[in-house]
Design a protein around this ligand. Structure first.
Ligand code: ASP
Length: 306
């Protein structure tokens, strides 16, 4: 395999993102995350280190629906899901319904590296975190005034409207063509306690295979899970479609068949970029060499020199 130009591509979630000031913060957040991931790669980190670092930065930024800033369950609690996958050997780890963990993506990585399992849930996942030296936060530490307000509003109108903000995710490729993907979420607005999302499901929220490509998705989780959106995109590329074709086509088909919206970011094994969403907006950014590309609206792409 000839050398590949490294890329770190991130998304900050598909949604309506109707508030102008919020959109600005979201765009700044994805740009920072893509740059962070690229820096990690450039300073000798692995591609999995890079996607993890990019996602952690967004988990720590309360403008995003992941980590602090996650949407609340109907009971007013934060319950998060995350998954991470390495394309060279298909190793993967995930967590679901975890509470009081600052960086669920780091815990998913520990599941991948320190257990013989793929997915740990709830209390067991938290106990594993403690065993691994991860100190849980005080209950409520991940709740923000904005998410409390969002829950109150959701209850008043009793749901229905598409989410304002989605999941966060990152995909990366290094110069040797090694791929990784990582996705983390607080889930959907108005979700029941104990609900698991597509984000913790390999093939739905996250997938990476060095022979084909890497994908991270966002949007209506139940539909993404039924459609196995990440793997559908991988299959499309396996059948000869470009990363962008496969991404846009699968999102269109999923949206038509299941009548719900989604978004995804994709890298092919040669480092081609795919970006698609059927929501109004989806923030994304990627760094390749010294260029940082980013956008939030359909058919929009801006570029900074970095
Ligand atoms: N896919 C996430 C979920 O259903 C939410 C999102 O990305 O908007 O929990």
């Amino acid at each position: 395999m000839p050398d590949v130009e490294p890329v770190i591509l991130v998304h900050g979630g598909a949604g309506t993102i109707s508030d102008f000031a919020k959109a600005e913060r979201v765009i700044a957040g994805v740009k920072e995350a893509a740059k962070k991931g690229y820096q990690v790669l450039r300073s000798g980190g692995s591609v999995v280190d890079a996607v993890q670092a990019a996602v952690e930065l967004m988990e720590d930024n309360e403008v995003f629906n992941a980590g602090r800033g996650s949407y609340l369950t109907l009971d007013g609690e934060v319950e998060m899901d995350a998954s991470i996958m390495v394309g060279s050997d298909l190793s993967a780890g995930a967590v679901t319904v975890v509470k009081d963990i600052k960086n669920p993506i780091a815990l998913a990585r520990l599941v991948m590296e320190k257990t013989g399992h793929v997915l740990l849930a709830g209390e067991g996942a938290k106990r594993f975190a403690v065993d691994q030296g991860v100190k849980p936060l005080e209950p409520g530490a991940l709740v923000t005034p904005a998410t409390l307000e969002a829950l109150a509003k959701w209850k008043l109108k009793h749901g229905g409207a598409p989410s304002e903000m989605g999941t966060v995710g990152a995909v990366g490729i290094d110069s040797k063509g090694r791929l990784a993907a990582a996705t983390s979420t607080g889930g959907r607005e108005g979700k029941m306690a104990g609900r698991s999302s597509d984000t913790c499901m390999l093939g739905s929220g996250t997938y990476a295979d060095d022979e084909i490509g890497a994908v991270s998705t966002t949007g209506h989780g139940e539909s993404i899970a039924k459609f196995c959106l990440a793997h559908a995109i991988i299959r499309g590329m396996g059948n000869g479609e470009s990363a962008d074709e496969a991404t846009k086509k699968c999102i269109d088909v999923m949206t038509q068949r299941l009548n719900n919206t989604a978004g995804a970011i994709t890298l092919s094994r040669t480092g081609e970029v795919g970006i698609g969403f059927s929501t109004n907006r989806m923030s994304w950014a990627y760094q390749k060499k010294n260029k940082l590309y980013f956008g939030i609206d359909k058919n929009q792409c801006s570029c900074d020199d970095v």
